[in-house]
Design a protein around this ligand. Structure first.
Ligand code: ADP
Length: 167
């Protein structure tokens, strides 16, 4: 069978219900989604690469069509390694558009087979980001509407040991 596969790259620091919604909807179009956790040395993350991967794996443990991998460097090189050139990204607001437009065109310039598929956010997650969730958690707000229960637990535990975050 000719499997339809895609890569969903992002920081996922941590994964939120907004990301999960995109993944579930993209699974209707693709047989396999590889969630690719980016290691970006210039972007400070709360969770280590290993932690971010473990969290995502625990969320999608029941879906064998979702795999998780870390990567560093150019997305096109990762795509070539995986021989998968469909890229999934989400759009929340107009403010996401400029960056996503630039990245999608740059990736295609670097490798003509790269095709970015955009999913419009669900309106209930349109304002949701990993940074917002972390910020709320720092101040003790209830984040259970924004992330799965296990992610909320891990995040609160991490903040307890880290003694807060650099926002
Ligand atoms: P990055 O640092 O690459 O933007 P993120 O983890 O913040 O990584 O986001 C990964 C992708 O998921 C991006 O395309 C982003 O626009 C999308 N995304 C993040 N949050 C949401 C949301 N609430 N609804 C829809 N898409 C989202």
């Amino acid at each position: 069978m000719n499997m339809k596969t895609a890569i969903y790259p992002g920081s996922f620091d941590p994964i939120t219900n907004g990301h999960i919604d995109i993944i579930k909807r993209s699974r209707r179009l693709f047989d396999e989604i590889c969630i690719s956790v980016i290691h970006n040395p210039s972007k400070q993350s709360l969770f280590t690469m290993e932690e971010r991967i473990n969290i995502i794996q625990s969320v999608f443990v029941a879906d064998s069509g979702v795999t998780v991998e870390g990567f560093e460097g150019l997305l096109v090189d990762f795509a070539k390694k995986k021989n998968t050139f469909n890229i999934i990204r989400g759009l929340r607001a107009v403010s996401d558009f400029d960056y996503e437009f630039q990245m999608a065109l740059t990736n295609r310039k670097l490798e003509f087979r790269m095709n970015t598929v955009f999913f419009m956010t669900d309106e209930k997650y349109s304002y949701l980001s990993s940074s917002l969730v972390k910020e709320l958690a720092v101040y003790g707000a209830d984040i259970n509407e924004f992330v799965p229960e296990e992610v909320a637990c891990i995040l609160n535990k991490k903040l307890d040991t880290a003694g807060g975050i650099n926002k």
